[in-house]
Design a protein around this ligand. Structure first.
Ligand SMILES: Nc1ncnc2c1ncn2[C@@H]1O[C@H](COP(=O)(O)OP(=O)(O)O)[C@@H](O)[C@H]1O
Ligand code: SF4
Ligand SMILES: [Mg+2]
Length: 322
């Protein structure tokens, strides 16, 4: 029964070194991701949430090796992807795709959509030249883009359609894993629902696995099976969607959730307003990284970093009070 997970991330660290000034001899690294561990099962959607700058995109990019990592391991189907040569990675890469927040910026304005979708297919030798147009049309239709748009240019599409193109660009490669980084954050709310439904449909039809990144817990709720809450490069809470929304245990999760409206008017969440801004990740607070903003801070929180521990089956929390 126990199959290995599709994605297995262990003690992942990614530090960026930057000089802040000319006289800065020993620059302090930005600990963008600081010892993060989680798994994603096949066919599952893992939601990664947290404020801007918490390290979400860095994790997403590390997972498909869009950049190198500082420490730890990332396995895809048991294969340590950061230990593979560029050549070995090339064939693996088709299986792992990335969908950006703004697909427009990654599309060449002078290239027709059909050609943009055909290019990676031909490049990787996945279909022959005479088959490629049919394949592109097929993927366009699956992604809700009428195939008669095949000869249009990017500017001729609406925001929602452009995100469909972004998703089609990932789907043409027939991946089984997609990192979607804030894919609906730039869209109107009505369009957001359509794109989220498209992700769901593709998952059902093609058994896709997703890492779905968002700063907005209400977006993640409708799509994810599991959710991880990130703060300053560390995982604060990680559990199933149902447990997280019904019984959030970490003060940071509680604060984020308190801002999400509940559809049931008989229920209310107590609004927790966080004080201050997210601290500088090059110089994070000692002890619990959240202590400068937590409403429940105690002495121990200033000195000792809480362990990320399993407090009930499948529910992990890093807080001294839980
Ligand atoms: N290429 C880079 N060089 C230096 N610092 C970076 C780089 N990419 C990200 N960072 C820093 O790492 C931290 C996490 O960034 P990011 O992963 O983009 O967060 P998020 O996606 O949650 O907004 C931020 O402090 C950011 O400034
Ligand atoms: S460890 Fe302390 S500061 Fe950190 S979240 Fe828990 S109560 Fe708040
Ligand atoms: Mg980001």
């Amino acid at each position: 029964m126990s199959q290995s997970p599709l994605i297995e991330v262990k003690n992942l660290k990614k530090y960026f070194t930057q000089k802040s000034s000319l006289f800065d001899r020993k620059p302090s690294p930005v600990k963008a991701v600081d010892d993060v561990t989680f798994t994603i099962e096949e066919g599952e959607t893992f939601g990664l949430v947290g404020e801007s700058g918490s390290g979400k995109s860095t994790i997403g990019k590390s997972l498909i090796r869009l950049h190198d990592i500082s420490e730890g391991t990332i396995k895809y189907r048991g294969i340590d992807i950061h230990n593979k040569s560029k050549k070995e990675m090339r064939s693996l890469r088709t299986k792992m795709q990335f969908v950006f927040q703004d697909p427009f910026s990654s599309l060449n304005p002078r290239i027709r959509i059909g050609d943009a979708l055909a290019e990676p297919l031909l490049d990787h030798g996945l279909v022959t030249k005479d088959r490629v147009r049919d394949k592109v049309k097929e993927v366009m239709e699956i992604c809700g883009l009428p195939s008669y748009h095949i000869d249009k240019y990017p500017h001729e599409f609406s925001g929602g359609q452009r995100q469909r193109i972004g998703i089609a660009r990932a789907m043409v490669m027939e991946p089984d894993f997609i990192v979607a980084d804030e894919p609906v954050s730039a869209l109107d709310v009505s369009i957001q629902a359509q794109i989220i439904n498209l992700f769901k449909e593709l998952q059902e039809k093609k058994n896709m696995t997703y890492l779905f990144i968002s700063h907005d817990l209400s977006v993640v709720e409708h799509l994810c099976n599991k959710v991880g809450v990130l703060y300053l490069g560390s995982m604060m809470e990680l559990t199933t969607r149902d447990k997280l929304y019904e019984n959030p245990l970490h003060p940071y999760t509680k604060a984020l959730l308190s801002a999400v409206p509940i559809p049931d008017p008989t229920k209310r969440r107590e609004r927790i307003v966080l004080k201050g801004d997210i601290p500088n990740p090059a110089n994070p607070p000692k002890g619990c990284k959240f202590h400068t903003r937590c409403p429940f801070t105690e002495d121990i929180c200033l000195k000792v970093q809480p362990l990320f521990k399993e407090v009930e089956k499948g529910h992990y929390v890093a807080c001294h009070l839980v």
